[in-house]
Design a protein around this ligand. Sequence first.
Ligand code: GLN
Ligand code: ZN
Length: 757
Amino acid sequence: MLTHTLGYPRMGSNRELKKKLESYWRGESGRDDLSLTARKLRVQHWEDQKKAGVDLLPVGDFSYYDHMLDNAFRFGVIPERYGVHNGKASIDDYFRMARGEAGENGVAAMEMTKWFDTNYHYIVPEFSRAQEFVLADDSLLQQVDEAVLLGHRVKAVLPGPLTFLLLGKCADQEFDRLDLLERLLPVYVELIEKLAAKCEWIQFDEPVLALDLDENVRKLFGPVYRTFKDAAAGCKIMVASYFGGLGSNLETAASLPVDALHVDLVRGAQDLEPLLAKLGGNLSLSLGVVDGRNIWRADLDKAVAAVNSALTVLGEDRVLVAPSCSLLHVPFDLELEAKLDAEIKSWMAFARQKCAEIRTVADAAAGKDVEEVLTENRSILEARKSSPRVNNPKVAERLGALKAEDYRRKSVYEQRAEIQRGLGFPVLPTTTIGSFPQTPEVRSTRSGFKNGRIERADYESFMRNYIEDCIRKQEEIGLDVLVHGEPERNDMVEYFGENFDGYCFTSNGWVQSYGSRCVKPPVIFGDVSRPGPITVDWINYARSLSDREVKGMLTGPVTILCWSFVRNDQPRSETCRQIALAVRDEVADLEKSGVKVIQIDEPALREGLPLRKAEQAEYLKWAEECFRLSSSCVGDATQIHTHMCYCEFDEIMNSIAALDADVISIEASRSRMELLGSFRQFSYPNEVGPGVYDIHSPAIPAADDMAGLLEKALEVIPAERLWVNPDCGLKTRKWDEVVPALKNMVQAAESVRRKIQ
Ligand code: GLN
Ligand code: ZN
């Protein structure tokens, strides 16, 4: 019985990759330096996994930016605007695709979107109708050589062709991307033949198997993988599904003509029985029994039971044990957490610990004596369940007392809008999403304060200066609704979590969000509540500096939930309602202190959407309720904003409207306002600011360009309900990009105002 992982965190125990990437981008370190770091990390990560008892090691899970971009790059899917011919692209072209490029010969980045329902973002491959494919990049082959040379048992890992095409987009006109299969497959085959000569296994990731697929898509799997199997000669092929059960794709998956099928038995436990009944005669089953999406210690008895039931039907040779999905989505190593409360820490497992867990599960199922580990596991799980730190009766009491009106604003939007005209904003008001550049000084001051190097008074005066600087700059730029700039926040969720009860924090629990960006999700281990005001003083200090309105800036309950590691001992909806009450307390305090505009960001609303249609309505219902619970305690004169990004909004338009925020700012510029299509079909009832400045790119957009986008927006959104803003917060940008870009944005608003008035 083999153990394996589908992928491992890329950044390194100390986020070495992030640091090296960023220094490379700043021109401070060279290409060799970067590739040396990358290589060291790969070597280290294989070593770690092997030590923990993983038999088959993944190769190809490493990436400089993103695995879907890697696949596009590998197969020569490079949009024309990057000016690369015959697939002769360099690593710098690769980074231009990922990040865009500023300056005269600047070029826009490729689109980025959420990887299924995770907080990881992938680069969306762009296919043209006449797309040609070539095997343009052999880094996967090189990495396989690297691993083989080290004496490892290698499983090459790459996205499967169906996931690759389905998760891409059409570059110019719409067409059926699956029509490209015929041209794509021979290039995959070429690669498979080369890989087969070097390694034992190839894993094709087809997480689309966890989505609702049409019959015409399902029926492509068999022939595609038959072709691959034929090309692989003696090398074994695994198809990996994850992030959910197989649902109506179960028969397709169970009859794949390959060597192994990996399934997610954490989210799709119900699949095991039917799979065992229907699994094709030669197919092995890889059981994803350890949660690759969360940080809790596994219930080993339960995992062993699942493996045992597979063993009785399939026998040892046809069972593999693995985490549910790539470990990319959990932090690196729990042992690095020196400060975590010991009791809570004992309930957790990170990537390294999860590798050990799968080893234990496999050993237990194989009849080896691991009783000591299993007994310890049992007693820890028991202790967690009964710990008084988990339960706060006051929270339950408050939730029980909620009434229908706690979920509604006092009046409908039209009436509120009338009253809010008193705020005196011009038509096409300009604003930003909240954060301003987080300079190295901001970061070091914040971390210095946190670890006691900097006194509170010095910290506060630094932050106040930064806020003052932000306010002055915004006034000079000419923005209508100002923000304080969020310098006190390391992360929009962590910051609130730190100020809530029921949360704890890791010091090194980083998870990749996109490119070099990592987040350190806080951990909800118990009932959530807010002990006292969080943002009120900062916002009021900012307000004291200007006659213009300054927005209060909060993170919404659904986003706090989605970007935290959530306790797995009660429904997510229940935890979300607790957070909503905590945010509501902050909203009430902001209003009481005189704040007139309050933004409650919900960038993660879409990403929490279950992958299967059948489960979506229920989620949307409680997500809407939680947002409204957090926001509707205010009077009609208080303007509630929300913000969303990285979404395909079409399917959740009704829910976005049901949040009943007075104003929503929403990402749009990266896809050149494709978003507006949704507004054409569904006329959004309240005010909306489709982003006109792509903040993911260092490029400074021209005023004319942004004016053009605004005019496009005016075709579907009436002027009195249109706002002007960037796509998202500006924390990752530099001041010398932000100031001119925002000046151009204000100029764009002014020129369009002149035209329409
Ligand atoms: N207010 C947050 C910011 O500006 C919003 C970030 C986000 O949407 N991800 O940074
Ligand atoms: Zn955003």
